[in-house]
Design a protein around this ligand. Structure first.
Ligand SMILES: C[S@@+](CC[C@H](N)C(=O)[O-])C[C@H]1O[C@@H](n2cnc3c(N)ncnc32)[C@H](O)[C@@H]1O
Length: 255
C-alpha cells in the first residue's frame, strides 16, 4: 500500500529528478500531457503550470495516491500503466519513478512509441540503485529464515528491474525515436533518526508492508534499522549521505 504522506516526507529529493527530466522535454504547445503513475499529484500540478494550454491527464494504480492527487485538484484516474492507451492528441507522456515497478515495461515503451503521434515526447526516470546497500539489506533481511516465507510474494526490486541508459536508448532508437538518455547519482543529504529507513519506507518497502500485519511490520523495520545505519553511518553533524543513482530517458517519436 502506498502512503502519500510517507512518500512526500522527502519531497525535495524526490522532486528534483522530475524537474531534471522535464527540463529536457522541449515541447512548445502540447495538446495533451499525460502523467502515468502520478502519485500524490504534487508534480502533476507543475506540468499544468509548465504547459497551461494542455489538457492534463493523470493516472495511478494506487487508490490512496489517486485520492491524494484528486485532493490537489488533479482529475486522476485509477489505472494500471499497462492498460493505458494514448489518445490521438497525446503530445507528452511523463512517467517519473514508476516503470521500475512494471516488469516488461520495455514492451510498453515500444508500443507507446508506435501508438503516439509523430513528434510526441516520452519522458521517464527510473531508479538505478537496486544493487545499492539499502536494497541489498532489504533483500538480505527478507531472505532470512524468519521472513522468507512471509515475504515470498513481495516484489522486491532487483537490478534487472531496469535497463541502463544505453539499454533504453537502443530500445527506443530501434522503435524509431530520437533519444536523449543519461544517468545521475544524486548525493542526498538526509537527517533525523533512521533517515534511510524512513526513505525506503516511502518506496522500496511498500511491497513488504503490504504483506505484513502491524506487529510484523514494526519488527521488520526494527531489524532493518541497524543494517541501514551500518551501511549509511551518520556523520558527527547528524548528516546521513545517501547516494542515489537514477536513469533518465527522453525520447521523441519520428516525424
Ligand atoms: C515512487 S512513486 C512516483 C510518483 C510520482 N510519479 C512522483 O514522481 O512523485 C511510484 C508510483 O507508481 C505507482 N505505480 C506502481 N506501479 C504502477 C502501475 N503498474 N501502474 C500505475 N501506477 C503504478 C505507485 O502507485 C506510485 O504512486
Amino acid at each position: 500500500m502506498w502512503d502519500p504522506k510517507q512518500y512526500l516526507a522527502f519531497d525535495d529529493h524526490r522532486a528534483r529528478p522530475f524537474f531534471d527530466l522535464i527540463d529536457r522535454v522541449r515541447a512548445d504547445r502540447p495538446r495533451r500531457v499525460v502523467d502515468l503513475g502520478c502519485g500524490p499529484g504534487n508534480l502533476t500540478v507543475t506540468l499544468g503550470e509548465r504547459w497551461p494550454g494542455a489538457e492534463i491527464e493523470a493516472s495511478d494504480a494506487s487508490p490512496e495516491m489517486v485520492a491524494a492527487a484528486r485532493a490537489r485538484g488533479i482529475e486522476a484516474e485509477l489505472e494500471d500503466v499497462r492498460d493505458w492507451r494514448p489518445r490521438a492528441d497525446t503530445d507528452v507522456v511523463v512517467s517519473n519513478a514508476v516503470l521500475q515497478w512494471v516488469p516488461g515495461h520495455q514492451d510498453l515503451l515500444v508500443r507507446w512509441a508506435g501508438e503516439l503521434p509523430a513528434g510526441a515526447w516520452i519522458a521517464f526516470q527510473v531508479p538505478g540503485n537496486f544493487d545499492a546497500p539499502s536494497h541489498l539489506a532489504i533483500r538480505e533481511l527478507a531472505g532470512t529464515t524468519a521472513w522468507r516465507e512471509r515475504l515470498a510474494a513481495a516484489n522486491l526490486l532487483e537490478p534487472r528491474a531496469v535497463l541502463d541508459p544505453v539499454g533504453y536508448a537502443g530500445l527506443l532508437t530501434a522503435a524509431g525515436c530520437a533519444v536523449d538518455a543519461w544517468e545521475t547519482t544524486y548525493l542526498q543529504r538526509l537527517t533525523g533518526p533512521d533517515p534511510v529507513l524512513e526513505w525506503v519506507t516511502g518506496t522500496a518497502l511498500t511491497p513488504v508492508r503490504e504483506l505484513l500485519d502491524a506487529a510484523e511490520w514494526a519488527e521488520f523495520r526494527a531489524e532493518l534499522a541497524p543494517m541501514l545505519t551500518a551501511a549509511y553511518p551518520p556523520q558527527p553533524d547528524g548528516t546521513t549521505w545517501l547516494p542515489f543513482r537514477r536513469v533518465f530517458v527522453v525520447a521523441r517519436t519520428a516525424g
